[in-house]
Design a protein around this ligand. Structure first.
Ligand SMILES: Cc1cc2nc3c(=O)[nH]c(=O)nc-3n(C[C@H](O)[C@H](O)[C@H](O)COP(=O)(O)OP(=O)(O)OC[C@H]3O[C@@H](n4cnc5c(N)ncnc54)[C@H](O)[C@@H]3O)c2cc1C
Length: 458
């Protein structure tokens, strides 16, 4: 019997036959994540039902030196959950459900495989808000959100996933269960170990349960789209809104090229604002339309805003957001090479200009579009590979963009993580000393290197 067969026999004995699938019994959605990068059918797929089964699976794999890839909803954009043919995939999908909502503490205790949308709905039903929100909400799992430290639409107001997690239960590579479940806001008792696992992309442990922090629900919201003369005005407007009305729920910036693209894909032909302004800010604010109008008048007077529209209804607000959500159409209408970088907010305008100039100088006629959650210092830029010489020089484009990120003290990943796709570029934003400490941490927690090998580092 092969080594693998022996391992599978032990796993079947511990988890039951129905929780250990192989070959054609494995649904192809476990072969790759949203990137469709390097799809491979894993040697087996494990479907544990509880923490004890996850622990048994890890103990067996660790003893036998068998590599294992944790999988959540497979919506990741960095290849973090993509297995190789020799790996065993461990899906958390059967470990789902909400265990408790504590309205006094404003916390929710959930199992790792619970879909984000379900958590949002349960919080709303309890009169509270779980503020993490992203386009993949219907498919991604909270365990995956925590493992990637996901960002999304409301970071400017509520922070990243890291800021929304109070406690965790994690199974270590050797099968030990680490109970870090905690409901307190303040708890200074040595190293805050849960932070090691948040954003670790399945390389340090398997998250099985979490205590989430809930917020009061937002009241009525106003949405506005403003045309701006330059990047400095975008930052000035954000700071004005914060001073006058409190931090917006979302603050998105679109450069002219992105705005034109988004408008051209709308079902209506009518653009809400003319298409020849340099930049457009779209934001949601908890202020009334009157208070918002008042704040915007000041911005007009000071030349920060050239033109603006305030949504008069929820339907109009949704229509304005559709322009920003044109990114959902990218895979269908472009051949997108997407970047998710972050820079100090004051430098994002210069960075976009620098990238555009270098791309244009190297590949005249190429098409790149710029947009982002600039209130979170996060810029997305997309290069349409159809506008490049063929075959598209992807590595060269990546090197060009990430070199500019390094020069401006930015980060090669703002919110999507490193996974497989950005491994080669990590050095542009992480020092050799910091990388060495990351490797030491990995070695301490996973000495046999069974957890998600090849992700984050070689
Ligand atoms: C349409 C769309 C919109 C998106 N928008 C955003 C956005 O705005 N902001 C953003 O940050 N991301 C966004 N994403 C990316 C993605 O949704 C997030 O990264 C999400 O957090 C991944 O969750 P998942 O359950 O799908 O994880 P997966 O893709 O299954 O896994 C991601 C990583 O987490 C690890 N992992 C998964 N579960 C566990 C666990 N229980 N324990 C340990 N490790 C685990 C995997 O090994 C892998 O490394 C978007 C994706 C799509 C498709």
């Amino acid at each position: 019997m092969s080594e693998l067969e022996q391992t599978l026999q032990l796993l079947r004995a511990a988890l039951g036959d129905a929780a250990v699938l192989t070959g054609a019994a494995i649904n192809p959605r476990h072969h790759s994540d949203w990137t469709r990068h390097a799809p491979a059918c894993p040697a087996a797929l494990l479907l544990p039902r509880d923490t004890a089964q996850v622990s048994a699976a890890l103990r067996i794999c660790n003893e036998r030196g068998q590599s294992l890839v944790p999988q959540g909803g497979m919506t990741g954009l960095a290849g973090g959950a993509v297995p190789r043919a020799q790996d065993i995939a461990l899906s958390l999908e059967r470990l789902d459900g909400i265990e408790e909502i504590d309205t006094a503490a404003a916390t929710m205790t959930v199992r790792a495989g619970t879909r984000l949308e379900r958590i949002q709905q349960a919080a709303a039903e309890a009169g509270l808000l779980f503020p993490l929100d992203l386009g993949a909400r219907g498919s991604c799992q909270i365990g995956g959100n925590i493992a990637t430290n996901a960002g999304g639409n409301a970071v400017i107001r509520y922070g990243m996933t890291r800021d929304l997690v109070l406690g965790l239960e994690v199974v270590l590579a050797d099968g030990r269960v680490l109970n870090l479940l905690n409901k307190m806001i303040k708890n200074n008792t040595g190293y805050d170990l849960k932070q090691c696992f948040i954003g670790s992309e399945g390389t340090l442990g398997v998250i099985t349960r979490a205590v989430l922090k809930l917020a009061p629900p937002p009241g009525a919201q106003s949405t506005a789209l403003c045309a701006l003369p330059d990047y400095a005005a975008a930052v000035a407007l954000l700071r004005r809104l914060q001073r006058r009305l409190g931090t917006p729920q979302a603050y998105e910036l679109m450069w002219q090229d992105f705005y034109r693209l988004g408008v051209s894909w709308l079902e209506t032909t009518q653009a809400p604002l003319a298409e020849d302004y340099p930049l457009y800010a779209l934001f949601d604010s908890a202020a009334t339309a009157e208070a918002l109008q008042d704040a915007l008048q000041g911005a007009f007077d000071d030349g920060e805003v050239i033109d603006a529209v305030i949504a008069g209804s929820q339907a109009q607000a949704r229509q304005l957001w559709k322009i920003r959500e044109a990114t959902g159409e990218f895979p269908n209408r472009l051949q997108p090479l997407n970047f998710d970088v972050s820079l100090p907010i004051g430098r994002i305008g210069d960075f976009a200009e620098r990238c555009r100039q270098r791309l244009d100088a190297r590949w005249p006629g190429n098409r790149s579009v710029y947009f982002g959650h600039i209130g979170d210092s996060n810029l997305h830029l997309t290069v349409d590979c159809r506008s490049l010489p063929q075959p598209a020089p992807i590595l060269e484009v990546e090197e060009l963009v990430y070199t500019a990120v390094g020069e401006m003290a930015g980060s090669v990943s703002a919110e999507h993580g490193i996974g497989l796709l950005k491994r080669e570029f990590l050095h542009h934003s992480v020092s050799p000393e910091a990388l060495q400490v990351m490797r030491q941490l990995k070695l301490a927690l996973d000495p046999r290197g069974i957890l998600n090998p090849g992700k984050l580092f070689d």
